[in-house]
Structures are given as C-alpha cells and as structure tokens.
Design a protein around this ligand. Sequence first.
Ligand code: ADP
Length: 345
Amino acid sequence: MLFPGPTYIWLAMTISDSLSKALDAILDPISGKGLIASGRAGEPSFSDGTASAVIDVTGFSAHVRETLEAAAKEAMLSVSGVTAARVALTAEKRGRRIIAVGSGKGGVGKSTLSANLAVALRRMGKKVGLVDADIYGPSQSRLLGTEGVRPTAQGQKMDPVISPFGVPMLSMGQLVKPGQAIAWRGPMAANAMSQLIDAEWGDVDLLILDLPPGTGDVQLTMVQKYKPAGALIVSTPQDLALIDATRAIDFFRQASVPIVGMVENMAGYACPHCGEHSDPFGHGGAQAAAKSIGIDFLGRVPLDIAIRSRSDSGSPPAADADDAVFRPLAEKLAAWLNPAKPAAF
Ligand code: ADP
C-alpha cells in the first residue's frame, strides 16, 4: 500500500490509544502516577506492527530500570495488532555526588561517622570514596588503616589511596606533615580540599566529605564550587553541642544544600562491666532538636569504648558483618540519595 487508507489510519489510532492506556497503567515508582501521566514516558508510537516507547529512568537503580522496561514491553505486546515492542530508556547523566558530613564543633565524632558510613556503604556495594577535609584534625588515614601511605599522582591529579576496606580515600593529612595543616590560612585549606575532590576518583559516584567543624572558608568553597547533594549533621546530645549544630544547619540551608538529617553520636553508655545504661551527655537532645528545626533524625550511635579503640587501630566497626550501628544509617543515606527504589522493586 503506497498511502495508508482511512481504515488503516483508524486502526492505527485505536492501537495508539490502547498503547497509551497500557503504558499509563504502569506506575512511576516515585510519583505513583502512570508513566505517561507522570511525564516519564511520551505517547508510544506504532508502525508496521511495532510499538515503540521512550521512558525516562533518571534516578532509578538498574533493577528498577530493567523491571520497567520489561513491564512496558509486556504491556505494549498485550495490545491486539502489536507484534513487536521496543523500549528506549533515557536518563540524565549524573555526575559524582558529594555528601558533606558537618558539625558545629569538633570532637563530636564527625570523622568517626564519616569513615564508618563510607565503609558501610561500600559493604552495600556502593562506589563510594572518602575525602578528609578536616584541616584541624585529619584523622581518616588512621581511621581507615592507611597511615603512612602517600597518594601518587598522574600529572596534576592525585590518585586516591585504597583503604583495606575497599574505600578509596584522600586526606589533608596526606598533603602535609602532621600538625602543619592547622597553620594554613583559609584559602590555602580550601585550595587543598579542591585538589582532593578533583582527584582521579575513577568510577566512584559518591564522595563522603569529612568537613572541618564550623562554617569557615573550606565550607564556603565546598558549597559554592561543588554544590553537595546533601549535608549530614553530627551532634552529641548536650545543649551546647546542639546549639552549634543548629548553626551548621543554618549555614547549609542558606547555601541551599539539602539536609539529609541529624545523627546523634555518643548517645547513651552501656557499662561494659555491669551493663548499666547511663546517659552522660543527656538523652534525646538531638532528636528533639532535629524535630524542632524540621530536619530528619537519622539515628543514634552509642558511646562505646570499642568504637574509640577500633577507630584508633584503623579497624572501623562498620566493616563487621554484624554491624548494627552504622549500617542502618548508611541505608538511610542510600535511600535518601536514591528515593526511586521502592520496596516493591
Ligand atoms: P570529630 O571528627 O567530630 O572531631 P572524631 O570522630 O575525631 O570527632 O571523634 C573524637 C573522639 O571521640 C575520637 O577519639 C573518637 O574515637 C571518639 N569517638 C567518636 N565517636 C565515639 C563513640 N560513639 N563512642 C566512643 N568514642 C567515640
């Protein structure tokens, strides 16, 4: 047939209609609306027995993508008159994302949490790296068991050091002699942090950034130049620490960096001898503060001598198969970064 006749056009129109309905009966896991209604897919096309659809799968895991592709093909093939179905998946290309771990003041466990989160995420199969920009106390080499290992460089770019836990890392402490970095002026420190972030990270798609406490030059450079995907705030339960944490939260909010949530560290102490539970720094302060500020509370890390001793010996507890402290926090962070992965998939 050289030109389609009226009957053929009418048939094709009803098939197109049925195809759209079939595709829209598949729900977008994020909005819960049909693929077409949610804008994930355009109207499918139909020609010579073949139906074609384009679906935007930005933000979905590989598993969700495959599931959607198979469901779309099946739905289109169920329309009578369709003998073949083609589905093209498109996605916005996303660069490496940064999660900044910040606190209002030092000594609250920001580095400990950053290291253990990175290790827990790695154990979950994430391509995660760690940057230690905490100029006042670069401690990640010790925490991740890479003390004394110097990073190499390819031309201008540094190669991260791979820790025994599979997490590639770079630290301010690797750039200078111990104790020297603290004498740097703000812009020098910010420059050094840029070198670490712009290193040769390979296929790492998530960087955990251990920031110095407070809201100085390093933090400013970080939010202006690198636009982190989110900031996670660590605090201990005391009022004073919480007031500082609130300042850090304000800083990120003003810079339009989304807040992932607050983690309470050194919460509750279980005596290793008698088992009695006590709360040397108070109880529930961070959770209450998070609620009043309107951010999520992600969970608690107990005050535990083992956490300190294992940190000092470069053996992060998150590497343990039965880690029940850091893993749930890492899972919350992963879910925050990839909200498209519903339980049903
Ligand atoms: P920050 O990065 O906020 O300065 P660190 O992570 O360096 O804090 O922690 C400060 C000290 O507290 C370290 O000696 C660390 O081992 C210890 N520490 C951190 N969190 C805990 C915890 N939950 N239980 C016991 N010791 C902890």
